[in-house]
Design a protein around this ligand. Structure first.
Ligand code: SAH
Length: 217
């Protein structure tokens, strides 16, 4: 079985990465299990495969990068997925976080503006048997209105402010994790759709490629 064989490779490196994430404070067992299950080396260009299980961001072509595993782990922990959630991902990139989300049992809708990256991600996800994920090429800052509302929205590129269109597509009780530019640098913002409206909290510093889009904040 192809899927079984590719998962088998680099198994020990993957275990080491999971231990590193655990030592770094990631406690969500489902998230740690997803990192153990998804072969990150299949989501990076061959030239950097040997670094796939280090906690580093790596180039994926078209001036874009796959985030550090610790960053994906933080975003996924903040998402608090238990399976069955409707999730919107903005910035498919390599498709690695998309695969983690699918492994966590989410119904994933992922938007990427660069067609070539989306096509590569599609091929990788299909090879791993995660073909049920829905991918779209376009401006993710406008969201995916036909599939809204979303229990979780994860934005993988830094926005000038929390995109209004995305906020409006959050389900009641929903969460959005979005890096936002501020005068003192990028900050990771957790938005919650609460009864009275929206709450917003800065949870960390951030360092992302810019969100490029038409959507006005
Ligand atoms: N989580 C991804 C990280 C990708 S980097 C991974 O695991 O690989 C961020 C991605 O967001 C890039 O691929 C970039 O092309 C994409 N992006 C930037 N602005 C976008 C927009 N407005 N809509 C959709 N994708 C966007």
């Amino acid at each position: 079985m192809v899927a079984g064989a590719v998962r088998g490779a680099y198994r020990r490196d993957r275990r080491r990465l999971v231990e590193l994430l655990r030592a770094g404070g990631i406690e969500d067992l489902a998230v740690l299990h997803a990192f153990d299950a998804v072969p990150r080396h299949l989501f990076v260009p061959e030239a950097v495969t040997h670094r796939a299980y280090e906690d580093v961001a790596l180039p994926i072509g078209r001036d874009q990068t796959i985030s550090r595993p610790a960053v994906h782990a933080l975003h996924l922990s903040l998402a608090g997925l238990r399976g069955g959630e409707n999730v919107l991902e903005v910035g498919t990139g390599s498709g690695y976080q998309t695969a983690l989300l699918a492994t966590l049992g989410a119904r994933v809708f992922s938007i990427e503006r660069i067609e070539a990256l989306s096509a590569l991600a599609r091929a990788r996800l299909t090879a791993l048997g995660l073909g049920e994920v829905r991918l779209r090429v376009g401006d993710g800052s406008a969201g995916w209105p036909e599939e809204a509302p979303f229990d979780v929205i994860l934005v993988g590129a830094a926005a000038p402010a929390v995109p209004e269109a995305l906020r409006e597509q959050m389900a009641p009780g929903g969460r959005m994790v979005v890096p936002v530019h501020t005068p003192s640098g990028q900050r990771l913002v957790l938005v919650r759709h609460v009864e009275e409206g929206w709450s917003q909290e800065i949870v960390d510093e951030a360092r992302f490629v810019p969100l490029i889009g038409e959507g006005r904040p």
